[in-house]
Design a protein around this ligand. Structure first.
Ligand code: ZN
Length: 478
């Protein structure tokens, strides 16, 4: 009888210890104890932590080992385990590490450490992390300032440009006194004044295939604040190959967008398989940019990087956030990794960095040269043109995959995935105009080309796909 009771107690003791140590929920008793201790004492409780299970569960072990009779529960089992636990706590404590933060840091980051999601240990993580900011411009300025204020231990800036007066309307890292100087230098000075905990590394170069790996390698997270497509695709491919999270954003006029490309969860080429034709997207210098928008989107990028480092909350992973500052409207668009992605897909065809100037500036791949010579993509229609056609009775055919269609599609759209199109031509009416839609207007352009070759002369491509449609604030069904 006594043996069975002992076994039960033993099982209960181990079960509790196992359950508490291995639970994977939002709340873990052990990590909560550690964080409470770190907050109170500014140290990580490692060895001393052993005392907790010993005090709590040592007594069933003592009972089970037959060192005490069951009818005398309090002494020696409970008293003994408390005594042993207490000793272990003292010994463990004396061996636990140095303070996590110094006194100045405790003061500087006190609003962070109060947050249970950050705490003293989270702040230590930020101080030990390294973030690379590509471009010390409109996005890189607010991102850099907030990351520095947050105590990111190492911030790298890549930028080969010098400060110009026209930058100062939004690039708040720089000032009048810095005109003509390298942006990375003025950024370094500004950040070192803000927070002496931050080490700033400057890379006054243009990011290229030849230097990308050596620069990116040491950083934990990459923030893209560049304003050109070759760098965007180069960064994407390099981050996929190195397994680094990439926080992407772009701004133009009153509109901003941002997303996070996280290793294993898709990349820029999944969302935008190829860059827009050269000249089709104006630069900020040509089209203008409202300065404070750079602040909003750059700060959003800093927020994403901080959450990635801390491992808290949700991120813009697989979500494209689109913000229109003029009408104060925002929209979050779900996107999916593509199995056939040439970089992050199942059978990647791009396994080393390529010539991105040529990739973004040369003729579009896939035999489009002829189409471009005839007049660039003659069968493309803008979202507003497409809307007029649809209102006049045109059919909408979505050529994406079913899971993409399920998330969002145009009202009344029919789904015929590109791969099935050639086998389902009888479903399409020769005489009725049709607007073909995909995510960004690439697959649908190929579909329009194929349909027109097959004699369907009333087919048109929605330029920019459903993303452009959403950007024009036209309705979609979920
Ligand atoms: Zn991809």
């Amino acid at each position: 009888m006594e043996g069975i009771d002992s076994l039960l107690l033993l099982g209960a003791g181990f079960g509790l210890v196992y359950g508490i140590f291995l639970q994977k929920g939002d709340f873990c008793f052990v990590s909560a104890c550690r964080e409470w201790f770190a907050f109170k004492h500014n140290r990580v409780l490692q060895g001393g932590m052993l005392a907790v299970p010993l005090i709590l569960f040592g007594w069933p072990l003592i009972l089970a080992a037959g060192l005490a009779p069951l009818d005398r529960l309090w002494l020696p089992p409970v008293g003994g385990s408390a005594l042993i636990g207490g000793l272990v706590f003292m010994i463990g404590l004396s061996r636990d590490g140095a303070p996590l933060l110094n006194d100045e840091q405790m003061e500087r980051y006190s609003r962070h450490t109060r947050l249970s999601e950050v705490g003293v240990q989270g702040q230590r993580k930020l101080l030990d992390s390294k973030v690379l900011i590509v471009g010390a411009g409109g996005l890189g300025s607010p991102a850099g300032l907030y990351l520095a204020a947050a105590g990111i231990g190492t911030i790298g800036f890549i930028d080969g440009d010098r400060v110009e007066r026209s930058n100062l309307q939004r690039q708040i890292l720089h000032d009048e006194a810095g005109l003509g100087r390298l942006k990375v230098e003025t950024a370094k000075e500004r950040i070192e004044k803000l927070n002496p905990d931050v080490r700033v590394k400057t890379h006054p170069v243009i990011l290229r295939s030849e230097n990308a790996f050596s620069i990116l390698d040491e950083y934990d997270v990459v923030v893209n604040g560049c304003d050109n497509f070759p760098t965007r695709y180069l960064l994407n491919d390099a981050c996929v190959m190195l397994g680094k999270p990439l926080v992407d954003a772009a701004i133009l006029r009153f509109q901003g967008q941002a997303t996070v490309f996280y290793p294993g969860k898709g990349c820029c080429r999944c969302l935008f398989p190829s860059p827009p034709p050269p000249g089709s997207v104006p630069s900020c210098a040509e089209a203008g940019i409202i300065g404070a928008l750079a602040g909003q989107m750059g700060t959003l990028q800093a927020m994403q990087a901080i959450k990635i480092i801390l491992g808290i909350g949700e991120n813009l992973i697989n979500k494209l956030y689109i913000y229109d500052a003029l009408v104060d409207d925002h929209y979050t668009f779900q996107w999916q990794p593509r199995e056939d992605c040439p970089v992050c897909g199942e059978n990647p065809t791009i396994t080393e960095l390529i010539d991105y100037e040529q990739f973004c500036g040369g003729p579009a791949p896939g035999g489009e040269e002829a189409a471009q010579e005839e007049g660039r993509y003659a069968n493309d229609v803008s979202p507003s043109e497409a809307l007029k056609m649809i209102e006049a009775g045109a059919r909408v055919i979505d050529v994406r995959e079913p899971r993409e269609f399920e998330r969002q599609h145009l009202q009344g759209a029919d789904l015929i995935p590109l791969g099935e199109l050639s086998g389902r031509l009888e479903e399409i009416d020769y005489t009725r105009p049709a607007v073909l839609v995909c995510q960004i207007g690439e697959r649908s352009r190929r579909a329009v080309k194929a349909l027109r070759e097959a004699g369907f002369n009333e087919t048109y491509n929605l330029e920019g796909g459903i993303i452009a449609w959403v950007n024009h604030r036209l309705p979609v069904e979920n």
